[in-house]
Write a protein that binds this ligand. Structure first.
Ligand SMILES: O=C(O)[C@H](O)[C@@H](O)[C@H](O)[C@H](O)COP(=O)(O)O
Length: 222
């Protein structure tokens, strides 16, 4: 499939550009006066984006926060995506817990946790922030994993190659139904995966078909 060309920015500008894009996407979603759902990813790239987004003036009281994936660890664990978002976005904005829908990765029955999360997901997510790993994974959808072929279930418990192994992840039907999706990808290590995505290879990240791609120059190979 032909994909719109990515936006490429200097490394030091990526977090600000991503935060501006997310803020504008939220503003557009909130323009009707109702509520808006925002699903967030983990990883090293997103922390600075969240810290910058937390400085944006928005009707945050009308935003409901969700997660694209979560590691199966307690919420206070250093590997927790919830902790990353809590520390860099939710706490600075003083978002009340009623607006935050955490994936309960710590539960022993991971399949039940996945089912329960699917039950609180809105029918269509308004705004989603995704990253991409060096292997082309996104959320916790890893290359060659059967989760990539899931068409019915909206959240799955999966084992991935990137520690910690067990994760909960949104599936492609949910990501491809979302109204506004941004990939924010930085670092030389992503260059090959970016090249393959834009060469048309069906890496997991490439399977999210309705996204805007924001790259820093190193990921873009410039
Ligand atoms: O739980 C996670 O790890 C993320 O959701 C994952 O999909 C991440 O976005 C990519 O692995 C990129 O991570 P970096 O930004 O650290 O390269």
């Amino acid at each position: 499939m032909s994909r719109p060309a990515p936006l490429v920015v200097a490394s030091e500008a990526l977090a600000g550009q991503a935060a501006d894009w997310l803020a504008e996407a939220l503003r557009q979603s909130l323009a009707g006066g109702g509520r808006c759902s925002l699903a967030l990813s983990g990883g090293r790239t997103t922390g600075p984006i969240y810290r910058t987004l937390a400085q944006q003036k928005l009707p945050w009281e009308r935003v409901d926060f969700f997660f694209a994936d979560e590691r199966c660890v307690p919420p206070e664990h250093p590997e927790s995506n919830f902790l990353l978002v809590e520390e860099n976005l939710l706490r600075p904005l003083r978002i009340p817990s009623e607006q935050v829908h955490r994936m309960e990765g710590e539960r022993e029955d991971r399949d039940a946790a996945a089912r329960d999360y699917a039950a609180v997901l809105p029918p269509v997510l308004d705004v989603v922030l995704l990253g991409m790993g060096e292997d082309g994974h996104t959320a916790s959808l890893f290359p060659g994993h059967t989760a990539l072929e899931e068409r019915e279930r909206r959240v799955l418990a999966v084992v991935g190659p990137k520690p910690p192994p067990w994760r909960l992840t949104l599936t492609l039907p949910v990501l491809n139904a979302a109204r506004r999706v941004l990939f924010a990808v930085a670092g030389e290590g992503k260059q090959e995966a970016v090249r393959r995505v834009f060469a048309g290879e069906e890496l997991p990240a490439a399977r999210v078909t309705n996204a805007v791609w924001l790259l820093d120059r190193t990921a873009a190979g410039q």
